[in-house]
Design a binder for this molecule. Structure first.
Ligand code: AVJ
Length: 362
């Protein structure tokens, strides 16, 4: 797992969170404390394949019910295909959330004092964050000054983070951007900051729906501990539970989502020494009403054996690899989950069709 030390962007923080499980410590009493970063932690590029893609794939493919981790979707081609998905007429999520953000960002910003910090979890581009970052103070002596002074985007995709930081340096020279290359599902020690400044977590895109409910609560709880007790949190999630709308959003007629799903197999061929014929697997999106989630599967069209990292993986005809869950939470359920994680709902917004919700938590 080579990591090019020289390639590390100077203002960014690169963590190998895997090398330091449970490393972060938190305090609840008194002033919220954000742990200073331990720069002695050995750094590795988290998306460096170096064996871990093969390991993660084999673990899922050798299980009784075959799965692949959705984080594997987002290689370069996967990011490109996901971007295409967000432009599909059937995939209403991104567009609906973006409009909602545009109209509510001034209200969100009005809740924060100037000089605030924005921490985005899973930030592969700044488009959504910019709706907030461009907000200025509306009254008082700081009128006209930006509400946010610091932006901390957290993502596993280091090249994207670096590109974001460079674009923002051009566009918003007064903003301090401190990217953190890390998997937001693990404890993330945040870079040191001015402890008096207000802080807001930002988790848009309904990404929370990709987590199992217990993992979603655990994530929100970790964010609560790491951001501190005075923090806010802006959460965007899909609330539509109508299969007539959802199934086409996840199985579009142009086949972009199918290509996104099959790209997992293409990636395993390249990065995990696998021998998949991607076309030997059908894309399937199904609404599971009991779990309240859209499931994506790759269904083996025939009985076949595929080699992955030297190991044979056998498929029966019609056997599936479960590649993704996208939970769609009813608002009362999300409220319970947020409460279980130590957050309370202070403001909420949704679009006129009630497809998407934006919540400000306290
Ligand atoms: C980026 C996880 C929110 O679940 O809707 C899109 C990913 N998968 N089409 C989602 C996705 C299939 C997307 N998230």
């Amino acid at each position: 797992m080579a990591y090019d030390e020289a390639a590390r962007p100077d203002t960014s923080v690169v963590l190998n969170v895997r090398a330091a499980p449970g490393h972060a410590t938190y305090e609840h009493e008194g002033a919220p404390r954000i742990e200073a970063l331990n720069l002695a932690v050995a750094a590795t590029a988290p998306h460096d394949p170096g064996g871990s893609v093969a390991e993660a794939a084999l673990q899922g493919l050798l299980a009784a019910s075959k799965t692949l981790p959705p984080a594997l979707f987002y290689d370069e081609e996967g990011c490109r295909l996901f971007y295409e998905i967000t432009r599909l007429p059937e995939y209403y999520l991104t567009r609906t959330e973006f409009r909602l953000l545009q109209s509510t960002a001034p209200e969100v910003a009005a809740e924060l004092p100037p000089g605030a910090t924005l921490v985005e979890y899973g930030a592969s581009d700044e488009t959504k964050a910019e709706t907030l970052l461009r907000q200025t103070v509306r009254s008082g002596s700081a009128t006209g000054k930006p509400v946010f002074r610091t932006y901390i985007p957290i993502d596993v995709a280091e090249p994207e983070l670096r590109a974001m930081r460079d674009r923002l340096a051009q566009r918003r020279p007064e903003l301090t951007v401190t990217p953190v290359t890390a998997d937001f599902l693990r404890p993330i020690p945040l870079p040191e900051r001015d402890s008096d400044s207000a802080i807001m977590g930002f988790f848009p895109g309904s990404t929370i729906g990709n987590l199992e409910p217990e993992a979603a609560v655990a994530f929100l709880h970790r964010a609560r501990l790491s951001l501190g007790w005075g923090a806010r949190f802006l959460l965007g999630f899909d609330t539509c539970r109508d299969p007539e709308r959802l199934v086409p959003a996840y199985d579009d007629p142009a086949g972009v989502t199918a290509a996104f799903n099959r790209n997992l197999l293409v990636r395993l061929n390249r990065e995990a020494g696998a021998t998949f014929d991607p076309e030997a697997f059908a894309h399937r999106a199904v609404w599971n009403p009991i779990e309240s989630r859209i499931e994506m599967h790759l269904v083996s069209r025939e009985a076949q054996t595929v080699i992955v990292a030297g190991q044979p993986v056998r498929f029966a005809r019609d056997e599936t690899i479960h590649t993704e869950n996208s939970y769609k939470y009813a608002q009362p359920r999300m409220r319970e989950m947020a409460a279980a994680a130590g957050w309370s709902l202070t403001k909420k917004w949704s679009d006129s069709n009630d497809l998407f919700a934006l919540w400000l938590l306290d």
